[in-house]
Each structure stands twice: as structure tokens, then as C-alpha cells.
Design a protein around this ligand. Structure first.
Ligand code: NAD
Length: 383
């Protein structure tokens, strides 16, 4: 069985450790590998890379991993390691990716791929010029709710899709009378914070893979809570938006509105929900659930605010059953990427797709600053 060596940089972090190392790569290794779409079997061998030897040694010991190092350059120079995977903080990413591309490694990385569109596009171009395969995490597409939505779209359930309304968010405590449940850098623009940079790369791949590429964006961004309390209990001024109200025009005419907020109290079934309306049917999907209403089951309300409406609108929706077993989304994407890498097939979620995510975040910020709609020019590898 072929063993694929994977350099894993940033495994002490939240995403690197839990989602990529434990739930994806070690899960694949511990199950004896995976079978690819052509029937061949492959397994994986991780090399842990980081800045602190003791942390790496501890993780390696806990999981029976033989290889770890603090020397990224040596790892990149060693042909035993075929793939470079990056889960670092965003600020540290582009310099590491540049080195890995120059070393001819296959790339797999968290989002956002860079801090600016220019840099994200340059990375995509460097990889293309070096003939290096790349993959960028698109995890939300693998959530059961969104997979059910994809199936509804593919089956023609909606007829012509008209619009999408997304609600994402929850209340993040200010940190004084209850500790905040997100790190304080999220609320400081100088530290890379803000909900636009965090969430718009996700909205970009969700929208373009389900409904159409984003052509323009209008965003109203707000700093609703002007001061918060950090991990040490010290008060600080917030400089990054904690809510973004976005309107996205998509290829093909679908209009999407997505509210992203750390300053809303949840009155929905899930922390994110998308409501999709089409000529023949509508759906409301979350991370896990999906409910639908067909045109033939659509009630005919008549607007009369003088009369209390006794109709039970919730009862008009039917639950979509979970007909599949959905594995962890990060692992599913890893398996698809490995399949594409070994078999040499095209991989759609590449560094150019990652650059489009960075582009949408930048356009969202620009729109909020200038108070106008911003068009998104098509990004290409030529230039
Ligand atoms: N796909 C998703 O849903 C999702 C969710 C959260 C975060 N992310 C992305 O994943 C990445 C990591 O986020 P996280 O929440 O795991 O962060 P984290 O702070 O938990 O981990 C970051 C890792 O980077 C390392 N690191 C920090 N500063 C460094 C530096 N200057 N040089 C080298 N290494 C450094 C840390 O040691 C750690 O291993 C970010 O780019 C973030 O945008 C993605």
C-alpha cells in the first residue's frame, strides 16, 4: 500500500490539531488507509512541524507519531514528504506556502490563503507555474445540511432559484461579567480580526459552489460593541466589525443576503441557516437539518394586520430525511483531495478558489468603508 508523507504545519492549533490531525489524517491512518475511486489503497504518514519542540513531542507521543521537527526547511527538502499542509495563523501562512511551492510540494491549506488578494493570487500563480497541485479547505460544503441542499438543487426541486438569505451568528459575551467565548484578537483589526475576514471566504465558496459566482457585494459593517474585556480581564477598545450585513449578486441573477454577527441572540434551529426560495419550492437548511416547502404545499396568506393570523406556518414545512451517513467534513475533503492527488485528476477547490474567497472579504471591507456596491472582477492565473 502506498504511504503518502504529509508535512503538517500548525498542529498545536485548534484547527490543525482537532480537525486536520486527529479527525482526518490520524483517523485515516488508524483505519488502515482509504480506498481511492479507482480501487487503489493508500495510507498517510504525518510529519508534525511547529515552533516548539516539546509541544510537538507531546502530541507525537500521545498519538504514536514517529516524525516531528521544528525545521520546516529540512522537511521541505526531504522528498519523503509529498504534501505540505498549512494550519498556521493566517499572518504566517503565505511565507510558508511560498517556500513549500518553491520546494515543489503539493499544497493543502486552511483559509484564508493570504492577507491580501494580490498575495493570494500570486500564490495561486506561483503554484500553477511550478505545476504544483493545491487544495484549500472548503469544509462548510461538507456539512450534512449543505449536502442536503446540494441534492435539492441537483434534483431540480427549486425550479429557478431566486434568492438566498443566510443568518450566521450568536452572542459573544463582552468578557466583563462572563468571559468571552472567542479570542480577543477577533475584535481588533490590527490583529487580523473582524467577522468579514473570518466568514466571507466561507460564504464565497458556499455561494459559488451552490448558486453561482459572486459578481458584486454591498456590505454594511458595524462595531456594535465598542469595548470588550480580554483574556486577562483587561478592557480594550474594539476596532474590528462584529457584524456584517451583506448583499451579494451572483452569476445567473440569484440575490443572496447574509448577515454575519457576533451580536445576535439565536432564535433559529442552528447557528447558521440559509433560506432558499425558488419558483417551485423553498428550503431552510442549517449545519445538519433541512426542511422544504413545495409549491403545492405553499399556503396563500392574505395581508391583514388587523386580524391575528392563526395559521401555523411552521407546520407547512417537511423535514428532509438524513439518507446518508455523513463523515466529518474535514476528513471527507482530505479523502477527496488525496484521491485527486494520487490519481492526477483536476481539483476544483484550489488556490485560485482560495484567492476568490480572499477577494470577497476584501471587497466586503471596501464596500463597508466606501458605502457602495463593489464589483468583483474575475480572477485568473494569467497576468
Ligand atoms: N475552516 C474553518 O472553519 C476555520 C475555522 C477556524 C479557523 N480557521 C483558519 O485556520 C487557521 C488557524 O486557526 P486556529 O483557530 O486553529 O488558530 P490557533 O491560534 O489555534 O492555531 C494557530 C497555529 O499557528 C501557530 N502559529 C501562531 N503564530 C505563528 C507564527 N508567527 N509562525 C508560525 N506559526 C505560528 C500556532 O502555534 C498554532 O499551531 C487560521 O488561518 C484560520 O483562519 C478555519
Amino acid at each position: 500500500m502506498r504511504e503518502i508523507g504529509i508535512i503538517m504545519n500548525g498542529v498545536s492549533g485548534r484547527m490543525g490539531y482537532r480537525q486536520h490531525l486527529v479527525r482526518s489524517i490520524l483517523a485515516i491512518r488508524d483505519e488502515g488507509g482509504i480506498e481511492l475511486s479507482d480501487g487503489t489503497k493508500v495510507t498517510v504518514r504525518p510529519l508534525l512541524v511547529g515552533r516548539t519542540e516539546s509541544k510537538l513531542a507531546e502530541i507525537a507521543k500521545r498519538h504514536g507519531i514517529e516524525d516531528w521537527t521544528t525545521d520546516l526547511d529540512a522537511a521541505l527538502a526531504d522528498p519523503r514528504w509529498e504534501i505540505y499542509a498549512d494550519f498556521l495563523v493566517t499572518k504566517a501562512r503565505s511565507s510558508a506556502l511560498r517556500k513549500a511551492i518553491a520546494a515543489g510540494k503539493t499544497i493543502y491549506t486552511e483559509k484564508p490563503t493570504a492577507e491580501s488578494v494580490e498575495e493570494a493570487l500570486e500564490l495561486a500563480r506561483l503554484a500553477a507555474a511550478a505545476g504544483v497541485k493545491t487544495g484549500v479547505v472548503h469544509d462548510k460544503l461538507y456539512l450534512p445540511g449543505l449536502r442536503k441542499l446540494k441534492r435539492l438543487i441537483d434534483s431540480g426541486f427549486f425550479g429557478r432559484i431566486l434568492s438566498v438569505r443566510g443568518e450566521f451568528g450568536y452572542w459573544v459575551f463582552e468578557g466583563d461579567w462572563q468571559p468571552a467565548q472567542r479570542p480577543s484578537w477577533n475584535y481588533r483589526v490590527e490583529d487580523g480580526g473582524g467577522i468579514i475576514v473570518d466568514m466571507f471566504p466561507h460564504w464565497n465558496y458556499v455561494l459559488e459552489n451552490l448558486f453561482g459566482e459572486v459578481r458584486s457585494v454591498y456590505t454594511q459593517a458595524s462595531i456594535h460593541i465598542p469595548e470588550r474585556w480580554d483574556e486577562q480581564g483587561d478592557k480594550y477598545e474594539t476596532t474590528a466589525e462584529d457584524a456584517a450585513y451583506g448583499i451579494f449578486e451572483l452569476d445567473g441573477g440569484v440575490v443572496a443576503q447574509i448577515n454575519s454577527s457576533w451580536t445576535v441572540r439565536v432564535n433559529r434551529d442552528e447557528l447558521v441557516e440559509f433560506h432558499v426560495d425558488g419558483t417551485h419550492g423553498s428550503a431552510v437548511v442549517g449545519l445538519f437539518g433541512a426542511k422544504i416547502q413545495h409549491r403545492n404545499a405553499t399556503p396563500k396568506p392574505v395581508w391583514n394586520p388587523d386580524l391575528a393570523d392563526t395559521h401555523d406556518y411552521d407546520a407547512d414545512w417537511a423535514e428532509v430525511p438524513t439518507n446518508d451517513v455523513f463523515a466529518n467534513g474535514f476528513r471527507q475533503q482530505w479523502e477527496e483531495f488525496l484521491d485527486s492527488y494520487v490519481l492526477g485528476t483536476d481539483y476544483p477547490f484550489d488556490l485560485l478558489a482560495g484567492a476568490r474567497g480572499v477577494q470577497l472579504a476584501a471587497a466586503g471591507l471596501q464596500s463597508a468603508e466606501e458605502g457602495r456596491k463593489v464589483e468583483l472582477p474575475e480572477l485568473s492565473l494569467e497576468g
